[in-house]
Design a protein around this ligand. Structure first.
Ligand code: NAI
Ligand code: MG
Length: 325
């Protein structure tokens, strides 16, 4: 647990689209579980950009740095070349290098540990009419710290599978070697798999995986595959961890197609709050939230994406009610 201190100060970024809907649902659950948090609302994102021309200012990042962590809904990234992704700026600005994405369903319990700062998202790119290139940057430092995180998580579980494409990409020879060395040093069982085979196996035999560690783009894609396999994006939480700060968010985006209808699934956001409580060291509250979510889903109180008839608010009320008994 990387958090020390007396007060839990949380920057609250509701964001755009369904972001505020799922975060409001999450706050009701945090209240019901009796979490004592100092919430610091931060208005950043596309809505702010449309109003003011600035999505996030330097002082916002300073305010966020004065908090222990961020609880984040979702932010719209429009396909406008003048718009800089706020989430990528936050991941960089807070050096949140490890994206942790747990997936569980019957017979499936796996965690994707995705490198969050380099790889194909290095930002070293060129685009002209005749040619476009993106430089895939894999460093020893970047690989080592994600490998450490994955081995640490695997040391409390079963094993780690290193996912790569080192038969084609030289950059992944370095990544694979560092992950293998690190797993050996931690004395955790490990194997490795080419990314295409990993995609296939996630669909046909997801139960074979425990911890998967991989580079930025592969992790981005495989985690949406894993989300599909366990029943939908709306269920899935995530943590973005650095050595000092952390950001917790559902893995889905702002879902403009259903925003404002009150039917967004709040489970991914609520589970992200459980991950936050765990990071704060409050394992009991984390467990209680997870139990209440499981109970609610098992009793068929679900939003339409899972085939249910309940609203966002009804799902969060059911979870909160379970916590209060
Ligand atoms: P999306 O995750 O917003 O939506 C994909 C599909 O899943 C849609 O059909 C949506 O209705 C559904 N969905 C997503 N969350 C749901 C929920 N909680 N309950 C029920 N259904 C849900 O991804 P999309 O459409 O590619 O992106 C929309 C916007 O979100 C874009 O501007 C994108 O840049 C942004 N985005 C932001 C992310 C973030 O803030 N972390 C992550 C992914 C996308
Ligand atoms: Mg994604």
């Amino acid at each position: 647990m990387s958090w020390r201190g007396a007060e839990k100060r949380v920057a609250l970024v509701k964001g755009d689209g369904v972001g505020p809907e799922v975060i409001d649902a999450t706050l009701a659950v945090l209240e019901a579980v009796g979490a004592s948090l100092e919430l610091v609302p931060i208005d950043i994102g596309y809505g702010r950009w449309k109003r003011t021309g600035v999505a996030m200012a330097g002082e916002d990042l300073e305010t966020i740095r004065s908090c222990h962590c961020v609880l984040f809904g979702a932010i719209t990234t429009p396909p406008d070349p003048d718009y800089r992704s706020v989430l990528i700026a936050l991941r960089r600005g807070l050096d949140l290098y490890a994206n942790i994405r747990p997936f569980s369903a019957e017979g499936i319990d796996l965690v994707i540990v995705r490198e969050n700062t380099e790889g194909m998202y290095s930002g070293v790119e060129k685009l002209d009419e005749e040619e476009a290139t993106t430089l895939r940057v894999i460093t020893r430092r970047g690989s080592l710290r994600i490998a450490e995180k994955a081995s640490q998580i695997a040391s409390e579980r079963e094993k780690v599978t290193i996912v790569h494409k080192s038969n084609v990409l030289k950059s992944d020879i370095l990544f694979l070697r560092i992950c293998q060395e690190t797993a050996r040093r931690w004395d955790v069982p490990f194997d490795d798999m080419l990314v295409d085979a990993a995609g296939y196996n996630l669909v046909i035999n997801p139960g074979r995986f425990d911890v998967m560690v991989t580079t930025n783009l592969f992790g981005d894609i495989l985690s949406d595959v894993a989300a599909g396999v366990i029943g939908g994006l709306g269920l899935c939480p995530s943590a973005n961890l650095g050595d000092r700060y952390a950001l917790f968010e559902p893995i889905h985006g702002s879902a403009p197609d259903i925003a404002g209808k009150g039917i967004a699934n709040p489970v991914g956001a609520i589970r992200s709050a459980a991950m936050m409580m765990e990071w704060f060291g409050d394992l009991e509250k984390a467990r209680m939230i997870e139990e209440a979510v499981g109970w609610t889903l098992a009793h068929g109180v679900t939003t339409p994406d899972l085939g249910g008839l309940s609203s966002t608010k009804e799902v969060s009320e059911a979870v909160a009610k379970r916590l209060l008994i």
